[in-house]
Design a protein around this ligand. Structure first.
Ligand SMILES: [Zn+2]
Length: 370
């Protein structure tokens, strides 16, 4: 909220120029700031007999036109981007991206307009914006199916996964869009971005543990509790101010990788319970492995900043490590969704358990909604 006056100032370069040139008049008219725009409009549209106003307007017309023309040329030629060396300290993140950076733009309108311009964040924004839209469509398709087609427990568990994926991708999109707004806004959205990663990992565990340990009620609850605890730890770490700084890049990658790799524990448990063959057919464990490989590869490239480290300046706009990481995150979430579909498709195999020892959650939920 405290940035609002700044936003208004930066929204109009023309107004800035006029304000500077009208500095003399400000001294004699202390309330000028309150209605500078209306003063400007009045003096421009209804010339009074005041010679001072007329001369100021004449003088102002030239620089105003120059600013307008410079803006038009700027849009076509430099498109509001600067080199890494011209960025303020809070926008310095990756020195291997040499040019094409957005300068600070303390206006939400300008930040959102920059989605449609080419700069170092364009692909980062679009990869997760498209991912968000894909998962929103699948989520609404799933929850609007009749219960006879998609059971309510599947709607809830899969729905939580989709909500986690949507939250993660949306926070990421917002962060990459608004990171150049101001230091405060960048800080808030970078924390949300990292929280989103933890939320996606938690949401990915829920349906897999639910269906994987369908009949093992105690095991299921234990794993879900551990997941919630580890996820909460990651979210708390994300709230730490220094966590988002470039020095902690490797630490961030390792923390989220460690949380994701915790999934190795229930997977091994699953293999021990049901056998290797069952786990890698009915249990769809192979898709968990593919998902893990995508996340790990993406996180390693992100931490090492490859390929831009190998050829600084060549990957400023396209194919930088963060973009590859983003694509791998969306791909991993899609792979996980496919694996969950395979796992839940074999649900009839659990019918005995449903009728017998562990009806718990599913039966309670079904009795409430049916
Ligand atoms: Zn990102």
């Amino acid at each position: 909220m405290e940035n609002e006056p700044l936003v208004k100032n930066y929204d109009s370069d023309e107004q800035d120029v006029r304000r500077r040139l009208l500095a003399d008049r400000t001294i004699s008219e202390p309330n000028h700031d309150k209605d500078s725009q209306s003063t400007y409009s009045r003096s421009r549209s209804t010339p009074s007999g005041d010679e001072k106003d007329d001369s100021i307007d004449t003088v102002l017309d030239v620089p105003t036109k120059c600013v307008e023309q410079a803006k038009e040329v700027g849009k076509l030629v430099v498109q509001y981007v600067v080199d890494h060396t011209h960025l303020p300290h809070w926008l310095l993140d990756n020195e291997y991206l040499v040019s094409g950076h957005r300068p600070p733009m303390p206006s939400f309108n300008q930040c959102f307009a920059s989605i449609f311009r080419i700069h170092t964040e364009t692909v980062n924004i679009w990869t997760h914006l498209v991912g968000t839209l894909i998962f929103v469509i699948i989520f609404f398709y799933l929850v609007t199916r009749p219960s006879s087609e998609v059971p309510i427990e599947k709607k809830i568990t899969f729905g939580l996964f989709f909500l986690g994926a949507i939250t993660c991708l949306l926070f990421s999109t917002l962060y990459h869009t608004l990171s150049c707004h101001s230091q405060q806004v960048s800080k808030v959205f970078s924390k949300l971005d990292y929280c989103g990663i933890s939320i996606l990992i938690i949401a990915s565990f829920i349906p897999w543990i639910y269906y994987g340990f369908y009949c093992e009620f105690g095991t299921k609850i234990a794993y879900l509790l551990i997941t919630a605890l580890l996820g909460s730890g990651c979210i708390i770490a994300s709230m730490w101010d220094k966590f988002a700084t470039p020095e902690y890049r490797t630490c961030r990658a390792l923390l989220f990788m460690a949380f994701g790799l915790f999934g190795f524990v229930p997977t091994c448990h699953y293999v021990l319970l049901f056998g290797f063959k069952y786990a890698f057919t009915t249990g769809a464990a192979q898709w968990l492995v593919v998902m893990a490989l995508l996340y790990i590869t993406g996180a390693c490239l992100y931490a090492a900043r490859i390929p831009e480290r190998l050829a600084p300046g060549y990957f400023d706009i396209w194919f930088q490590s963060h973009q590859i990481f983003h694509i791998f995150v969306v791909a991993a979430a899609c792979v996980h969704y496919y694996g969950l579909c395979v796992l839940s498709m074999h649900q009839p195999n659990f019918n005995d358990c449903r009728k017998g020892i562990a009806p718990a959650i599913s039966n309670v939920v079904n009795s409430v909604f049916n």
